[in-house]
Design a protein around this ligand. Structure first.
Ligand code: AMP
Length: 171
């Protein structure tokens, strides 16, 4: 199944110059969504079993939760500052202009668990790198990073050297 056909380019969203990769045509297509999750579930990672799936808000939750059920892994949400109710650990990361903060519950991962990171789009890799740091702060091992879409022209692999990355669709 050609998943690329189910991704819609929306120019100048959320601001001028950005071509937003809209995944909603894939999500409303039952065969497309199922195929994406099945392909993610078939990937082989250097560490197994996968104990936890960590996904970042908000579109990462859609793929991460479905994949966690399929792999029999726990699901861990990573959220922007101030959204999680319990005690958190945090990581500041660089944006195009300024910085932002991501948080995860401090009991979300137990030392030596194997963790897979899932998101819809890998762009510069800044977000994913911050999530790797959160997992490692709690003693987890990053088994790999799994994306629906990778914007290879932004060279995110450079920022994530040493980590195993798999993406279903590349631009
Ligand atoms: P980055 O930290 O640059 O890798 O950005 C990754 C996050 O921003 C992901 O959670 C994506 O959902 C979102 N993102 C970045 N660029 C795009 C884009 N062109 N289309 C859709 N989402 C994007």
């Amino acid at each position: 199944m050609n998943l690329k056909k189910l991704i819609r380019d929306v120019p100048d969203f959320p601001k001028a110059g950005i071509i937003f990769k809209d995944i909603t045509p894939l999500l409303i297509n039952p065969k497309g969504f199922k195929s994406a999750i099945n392909q993610m579930a078939k990937m082989n990672w250097k560490l197994s079993p996968i104990h936890k799936i960590v996904a970042m808000e908000s579109r990462g939750f859609i793929f991460g939760a479905a994949l966690a059920l399929k792999l029999g892994a726990g699901f861990v949400p990573v959220r922007k500052k101030g959204k999680l109710p319990y005690k958190t650990i945090r990581e500041e990361y660089q944006l195009e202009y300024g910085t932002d903060i991501l948080e995860m519950h401090e009991d979300a991962i137990v030392k030596d668990e194997n963790v897979l990171i899932v998101d819809d789009v890998l762009a510069t890799g800044g977000t994913a790198k911050a999530v790797c740091s959160l997992i490692e702060k709690l003693g987890g091992h990053v088994a790999g990073l799994c994306f629906l879409i990778e914007l290879s022209f932004l060279n995110p692999q450079e920022k994530l050297k040493g980590y195993e990355i798999s993406s279903l669709i590349k631009y």
